[in-house]
Design a protein around this ligand. Sequence first.
Ligand SMILES: Nc1nc2c(ncn2[C@@H]2O[C@H](COP(=O)(O)OP(=O)(O)OP(=O)(O)O)[C@@H](O)[C@H]2O)c(=O)[nH]1
Ligand SMILES: [Mg+2]
Ligand SMILES: [Zn+2]
Length: 288
Amino acid sequence: MKKGKIIRLIGGIYTVVDENANKVDIRPIGLFRYQNISPKVGDNVLFNEDSIYEVLPRRNDLVRPTIANVDLAIIINSCKKPDFSFYLLDQFLALVGSAEIDPIIVLTKIDLMSDTELNILKSKLHYYEQWYPVCYIDSKHHQGIESLLSLMSGKVCVLSGQTGAGKSSLMNAIDPNLNLKTDEISKALGRGKHTTRHVELIKVKDGWIADTPGFSKLEFPEMTIQSLKDLYPDFIKLRNDCRFNGCLHVNEPDCAVKKAYLDGVMLKERYENYLLFHEAIKAQKRRY
Ligand SMILES: Nc1nc2c(ncn2[C@@H]2O[C@H](COP(=O)(O)OP(=O)(O)OP(=O)(O)O)[C@@H](O)[C@H]2O)c(=O)[nH]1
Ligand SMILES: [Mg+2]
Ligand SMILES: [Zn+2]
């Protein structure tokens, strides 16, 4: 039996690569179905030429995109087409944080913004740089790619972001041989169509990157209002100054987080979106 990594799943067939970069297309043994094990991209497995026999323990496990053992989540946000959204960025940061994966924030399509627009956006995103790396990229003209690559070196990275944000274009800019399919977002019904349809890990320099299908809507599965607040490093820094232990930073008196918001120390959008997520999670719980 050999040790390998699942790098692709299409129509029930798994592509597994071993330590010498040899690939095989195989299925898991039938027993997995009864044990409720479903191997996924990123899994380290024991296999032979016929089947996957064992899934080794996962370091972490993302549900959306569905991938395991990720070191870094590269959160792809376009400046325009679709427009940049703090709501989506913060939602991603919370989801990635709940999976205990380190994020990198990437802004793509900077060429579509005027200098003035871009500087305003940069000054706001400066707030995030206290906790996360932020990169600015123009895949079309190959700008900013190197600084991102240096952060990704030797890691298993997943690109996630809204459909049309430029994930596949970024991968093509990193390695033109990939020739991944990219497309304009569909204007039909105001919904983007997904150009990328499956998750696949691709070897890039000394690491792996997964291009993933974009999405048009995110949810907060299994998150509670109590766990949400702990996914904000900026809140954690302030929480000892809140009057109450376990303060949710919503309606409590003498809340240091709310004070930072009111004083303009905290990015306005960040706190306001937190309140929206808080409400969304409460509403989600009521549905069950
Ligand atoms: N001007 C400009 N256009 C870009 C840039 N990056 C991507 N685009 C364009 O944006 C559109 C969407 O890019 P994709 O790379 O297909 O987006 P995606 O995130 O992979 O989309 P899905 O696979 O549907 O999730 C394409 O028309 C690209 O040419 C950029 O840096 N500058
Ligand atoms: Mg794509
Ligand atoms: Zn508080």
